[in-house]
Write a protein that binds this ligand. Structure first.
Ligand code: ZN
Length: 314
């Protein structure tokens, strides 16, 4: 049987100031600060993960906060235009009020019969909250969140990818990842993964704004879920057959990953659901202290001294 993905695993973006980033995602949006570690490819930089109580795949947005001295990105083709979380329909008013009282400009739109709140994060990444009663969610409420359990974000709804032209990226979604074209309205093509779980939707829009530039305020990559490493080996073969150039399987401690750049320019990751975030700290203590993988533990003192300080979350 051919391999397919049930949807998004995580979304990773570039932020500026780490404190501002953590205050917004764990404070204003009320996600759990699931893991604080470093970028394994650049250990002078944090890697933050925010998600539900356990960091369930399909709920996690992750950041490389480069500090305010980092290079600003520019939005364009080959990038994620919108990252959308799911909320319950009766949470809409709560979120309008919460974001408004945080001084955030919220745009209200309707799309495919769903209500959407759209707003920028502190670095200019555009987020959406999509009110949907139909979508399932595996998200587990975080009891210490400043947001009451019934209004918490319920995992991803979708990402909207911006491309020069639909076809090359659409073909990867359908022919490689197993998505199906579901609808097309107002120049937006909606693709659904097999199954209807959280994060099972990808929208494509065309842009004539030229290629984007990766940097602060842009999404670095989107990751899809793979069951395990043996499935991932089949993904590598499928990518290679299609002419994509997948990386080797890389150990990301909380999951194993392969990466490839799809022809529209978006970096796609395929990440295993396990072993998950409790592999190095118990669920009660997730995100409370800097975690390093075994291969960096010897350098902890140097790494900690180099990282910007981080206080509690506002
Ligand atoms: Zn990733």
């Amino acid at each position: 049987m051919t391999v397919t993905t049930p949807g998004l695993h995580h979304v990773t973006a570039i932020a500026g100031d780490p404190q501002t980033n953590a205050d917004f995602y764990a404070g204003t949006l009320g996600l759990r600060f699931v893991k604080r570690t470093v970028n394994y490819d650049d250990t002078g930089t944090y890697h933050f993960y925010f998600g539900d109580r356990q960091g369930t795949p399909g709920t996690n947005i992750t950041f490389f906060p480069w500090t305010d001295q980092g290079r600003q990105g520019r939005f364009g083709a080959g990038q994620t235009a919108f990252t959308a979380y799911l909320i319950r329909p009766d949470s809409l008013d709560y979120w309008v009020e919460r974001l408004d009282s945080a001084g955030i400009d919220v745009e209200r739109t309707d799309r495919f019969d769903e209500r959407v709140l759209r707003f920028p994060d502190p670095d200019g990444i555009t987020l959406e909250l999509v009110a949907s009663s139909s979508a399932d969610s595996d998200a587990e409420a975080w009891e210490n969140s400043p947001v009451p359990p019934e209004h918490q974000l319920r995992g991803f709804h979708s990402v909207t990818l911006a491309v020069d032209t639909f076809d090359p990226t659409a073909s990867v979604l359908t022919d490689v990842l197993g998505y199906e074209l579901a609808e097309e309205v107002d120049g937006r093509r909606r693709f659904r993964a097999q199954g209807r779980g959280p994060g099972s939707v990808i929208d494509l829009v065309e842009t004539d704004s030229g290629r984007g530039r990766m940097g602060i305020g842009t999404v670095h990559h989107v990751a899809f879920r793979a069951a395990d490493v043996s499935e991932q080996k089949r993904w590598r073969e499928k990518y290679a057959e299609y002419g994509l150039s997948p990386t080797e399987i890389i150990d990301r401690k909380y999951f194993r990953s392969i990466y490839c750049r799809e022809p529209g320019g978006v970096l796609f990751e395929m990440a295993t659901t396990g072993p998950g975030f409790t592999v190095d700290e118990p669920v009660e203590e997730l995100g409370t202290r800097l975690q390093l993988p075994e291969w960096l533990e010897d350098e902890r003192e140097v790494i900690e001294a180099r990282l910007p300080e981080l206080d509690g979350i506002d």
